[in-house]
Design a protein around this ligand. Sequence first.
Ligand code: DP6
Length: 337
Amino acid sequence: MDITVHDHARATARAHSNIALIKYWGKRDETLNIPAVGSISVTLDALSTTTTVTFDATAGEGGRAADDEFWLNGVLTESTRVLGVLDLVREQAGLTSPAVVTSTNDFPTGAGLASSASGFAALALASSAAAGLILNARELSVLARRGSGSAARSIFGGYVALHSGTQKDGLDAFAEPVLNASDWPLSVVVAITTHDAKTVSSTHGMAGSRATSPFYPAWVDSAEDDLTAMRAAITTRDFCQLGELAEHSCMKLHALMLTSRPALIYWNAGTIAAMHTVRMLRETGIAVYFTIDAGPQVKALCAPEDAAAVAHALAATPGVNETRTSSLGRGAHLVEA
Ligand code: DP6
């Protein structure tokens, strides 16, 4: 997939969020934001970020980060990471002009719905296109990863794997597609238990787990086997295997979080109730599995024909405020402003 330039000064891109089936948690390089373990995700159609980047050449020389503006959902927001990605793009394009970035999420920001994934994937594509850079999908994925690890995966649609790589420069830590969305439709029912933003960011939380959880070495050591098994489940379209592996990776992640010091407890009562609902549905014969990121929302994975029953049961679960059902979505793409 080659991305072509849309406009040399301004471009708008849309990217969808993703949910990891095999989780990323922990970095091998914090400066370059290189994950310590690989991960596998599905891109979600129902959750997206739309971002417009404009490089203002009239602002003259010496603008750079100090004059950049980042508007998130209509609010002027400080983000050193957004400025970091803009600086990388300016450096590659030989630009000095400051940028205005406007970004809108169509879902709650910062509450475990992976807004950084869709956000940085959209930013990577919009800013590079606005700067006139022609990056291939792999280069875009590496650029998005510098903003947020999970964003590297949102460059692609469907089933996606992110490699941790081994190179010091991180250029081999990119995502690539495993299977197209249309080749194996899947539904994800998101049970939203709160709209509050989380208190500990993933970045901060994973640094703590790496430094303090006695389970961290086991987490890293077992990652490769989980990734291999998940790839096999996807390529053979074995849904029960995919679900069991996803639930296991989720529980292993949360065991790591719970055993960090201080402990990271991202769940609330609604989260746990929703987990029980999913297990109860399974006992009644519906093939449905849960996964949870660094937040209180529960994402239930099921076949599209079971999505309505799963959403109904989750909506009736105490502590669940609302549900949102998503099919699998496409990768980051340029749109008309
Ligand atoms: C639990 O990608 O948000 O969602 O690279 O520090 O920005 P940074 O972290 P981020 O972490 C995602 C953690 C996770 C699991 C996953 O998406 O793989």
